[in-house]
Write a protein that binds this ligand. Structure first.
Ligand SMILES: [Zn+2]
Length: 306
């Protein structure tokens, strides 16, 4: 069976070091098995997007030697596919309209999950309704290749999740599942900030009759305060000029052990070494940046020093 993976960034800003780690790990995990690595731009939330960010991400990936197969897929051009999947869920009877306002949701204890209000009291006017999907099972588990077995349990409608938003946009959960199936993705490797979305995505795969890919979630890199490195807390964009040093650091953070002489190697040489020596089970449980914003890695010439 061919092995197909993908990197799927949202164009909300330029690529930062945390997303480089995810891209690199996904790329190597696929290339180590001679699989196909696809690139998808998840541009279905215009209010959060930044003009030029998609092109900047493509340029940076290319400069780092992370070359993808085939044409880039843009979610903004695939609304018909998402619309069809939503109709299928409505026909199945698992998707239902919800017209709760933010204020009502807060009052209905959304922090503990949705209480199923709109399922018990179907809205008459659905022109500005969101659509939620019900889980058909109260328990779910899956095996993550890095994080191990994950178990989930929902009572009543607490697990119901949004697939279409009141502002008329398709939700991430629906688009990602439709695209992964349509692109034949067999391996998903991404940041662990998305791990708890997986049971919802598995539920959609089951309902829509799609195969379930294998999952691996790498730890999310944090700053010394323990905050996730993200575009939201203004993680600095990475500079392609420093690509050798950054790739070397990224590999070390991922638990791979490139020899010190590769510090002077080109990205192509370093990636060639990395795909032949790739060990997914060497990825550590946590990653942290130093106060200077530089990833904390052991100097290659002093193995064993903390
Ligand atoms: Zn509702």
């Amino acid at each position: 069976m061919p092995c197909i993976g993908r990197f799927a960034p949202s164009p909300t800003g330029p690529l930062h070091f945390g997303s480089l780690l995810a891209a690199l790990a996904s790329y190597l995990d696929i290339r180590a098995r001679n699989g196909r690595w696809l690139l998808r731009i998840e541009d279905i939330d215009p209010p959060r997007e930044q003009p030029g960010a998609a092109d900047s991400i493509l340029y940076t990936l290319d400069a780092f030697g992370l070359h993808w197969d085939g044409p880039v897929v843009y979610q903004s051009q695939r609304h018909d596919l998402y619309h069809e999947a939503l109709q299928q869920l409505i026909r199945l009877g698992t998707a239902y309209p919800c017209t709760c306002s933010r204020k009502q949701l807060r009052a209905r204890l959304l922090s503990h999950g949705y209480d199923g209000h709109c399922l018990r009291h179907p809205p008459v006017d659905t022109t500005t309704a969101a659509y939620r999907v019900q889980h058909t099972q109260t328990d779910h588990q899956f095996i993550d290749r890095i994080q191990g077995r994950r178990r989930y349990h929902w009572s009543a409608h607490q697990g119901d999740f949004t697939v279409f938003r009141r502002d008329g946009l398709f939700a991430y959960q629906l688009a990602v599942v439709v695209d992964d199936a349509e692109q034949g993705i067999t391996e998903i490797l991404r940041g662990s900030d998305l791990i708890d979305e997986t049971p919802h995505q598995n539920e959609l795969q089951r309902q829509l009759g799609y195969p379930q890919p294998r999952y691996a979630h790498i730890p999310v890199i944090t700053n010394p305060q323990g905050q996730k490195l993200s575009k939201q807390n203004l993680a600095p964009a990475i500079d392609p000029v420093e690509r050798q040093a950054l790739l070397f650091k990224a590999l070390r953070l991922l638990g791979q052990q490139p020899p010190a002489e590769f510090l002077a190697a080109s990205p192509t040489e370093l990636l060639t070494w990395a795909r032949t020596h790739w060990r997914l089970d060497n990825i550590p449980a946590a990653m942290q940046l130093t106060p200077e914003g530089v990833p904390r890695v052991q100097p290659p010439d002093q193995p064993g020093t903390p």
